[in-house]
Design a protein around this ligand. Structure first.
Ligand code: UDP
Length: 369
């Protein structure tokens, strides 16, 4: 495109959302994307068995933010899939997150929902932890006690982050609810589901606008000195933008092992977590999420890794402090009106998909040329 006002770096969810909103405000937008496809890390495709798989690991859309739900529904319809997870612990498939059924199974009791909180309180009182909680371990133990922590959280978290859970932020525990009722859903959000024709199609529809052009296979680092947009929306890694001048932020990755099996179903839930005993953290069976019918099934093992594409920000003090340094530079740049840093990688925040969209909506709406 010969002329554009805005350059968006990255065609993932944050980039596509930002581009769409700016295009609708009348700006000409050029998106550059390092990968050879759109969609960033929510990219999905149909494999040879005709099953839709998520190339960079499982994504389940869920939100309680009305505006975000309205926004995504402009570009796709959603199935009414409600995500469910079982945890393979003590040689058995057990409901996870912890709810009444989990407590009854693990402890061999038969509590009512009303009795569960007092039971968990007894477990907590038997346990040792810092109060107020200083770490992920403290926070989980303060909610459910050491026995359930040891069974479901300790080893999973060590594998996932290659880090002592006592060194991880207590906020991480906020991702996993503790329930006393029989609710077996992984997410309690009002709106959840899978995009009917996949995430790639949703992104394709988002960027399908006369004011938007896309260039694939282009690395921002290679062309950054040649560009003079009125606004740069950056959705790549935060530290990279500043040539890692304060040091490298840690991004955690996952090695994904996809297998297509000659059987209709592999496991009793769309996702089974393996907190103990195995090198992988979880197995996803995609057709249980998409509802596709096939005589075969595709599953995916996740092996957390330090090497590979940046999937996760690292929820610990060291990276939080480093982030703060970079964010001061971000704030100074953004104050001049020509830059916006948006999304999980650029804001270095453990965003879910809806939070990334919410951030883009808020930031773009607040921006004026
Ligand atoms: N977690 C755990 N056991 C589980 C599931 C999660 O200890 O069975 C912890 C682990 O530290 C993980 C965090 O909770 O990184 C957040 O889990 P979530 O399922 O939200 O991770 P994501 O889907 O983002 O990989």
């Amino acid at each position: 495109m010969a002329f554009y006002d805005v350059l968006v770096v990255g065609c993932g969810l944050s980039g596509a959302t930002s581009a769409r909103l700016l295009a609708e405000k009348g700006y000409k937008v050029l998106i550059i994307e390092q990968k050879k496809h759109i969609g960033g890390q929510i990219y999905d495709y149909k494999n040879d068995a005709g099953i839709t798989v998520h190339k960079y690991g499982p994504h389940i859309f869920h939100t309680k933010i009305e505006e975000v739900w309205k926004f995504v529904n402009r570009f796709t319809t959603f199935s009414n899939f409600q995500h469910r997870v079982l945890s393979f612990a003590d040689g058995d498939f057990i409901n996870f997150p912890i709810n009444r059924l989990t407590v009854n199974k693990v402890f061999g009791v038969n509590l009512t929902s009303e009795e569960v909180p007092a039971f968990l309180q007894q477990e907590v009182e038997k346990s040792r932890f810092n109060n107020p909680p200083q770490s992920f371990r403290d926070k989980v133990v303060s909610q459910v006690g050491e026995r359930l922590y040891g069974l479901f959280f300790e080893k999973y978290t060590e594998k996932q982050w290659n880090c002592d859970p006592d060194k991880l932020s207590p906020d991480l525990a906020g991702r996993i609810p503790v329930r006393s009722n029989n609710d077996c859903r992984y997410f309690a959000d009002k709106y959840q589901g899978m995009p009917t024709h996949g995430y790639t199609k949703m992104i394709e529809n988002m960027i399908n606008h006369e004011n938007i052009s896309v260039l694939l296979g282009v690395d921002y680092q290679d062309i950054k000195n040649e560009l003079q947009p009125k606004l740069l929306v950056y959705t790549g890694e935060l530290d990279k933008f500043f040539d890692c001048k304060y040091g490298k932020l840690t991004y955690r990755s996952v090695k994904l092992d996809f297998q297509t099996l000659d059987q209709e179903q592999f496991q009793p839930a769309p996702v089974v977590n393996y907190p103990n005993d195995y090198d992988y953290t979880r197995i996803t069976e995609f057709k249980q999420m998409t509802g596709e019918k096939s005589s075969k099934t595709t599953i995916c093992y996740e092996y957390p890794s330090a090497e590979g594409l940046p999937f996760y920000t690292m929820p610990n003090k060291e990276n939080e402090l480093l982030r703060e340094k970079y964010m001061q530079d971000v704030h100074s740049l953004e104050a001049q009106g020509k830059h916006l840093f948006i999304g999980r990688l650029a804001e270095y925040k453990y965003y879910n998909m809806d939070m990334a969209i919410d951030s883009a909506i808020k930031r773009i709406n607040a921006w004026t040329l």
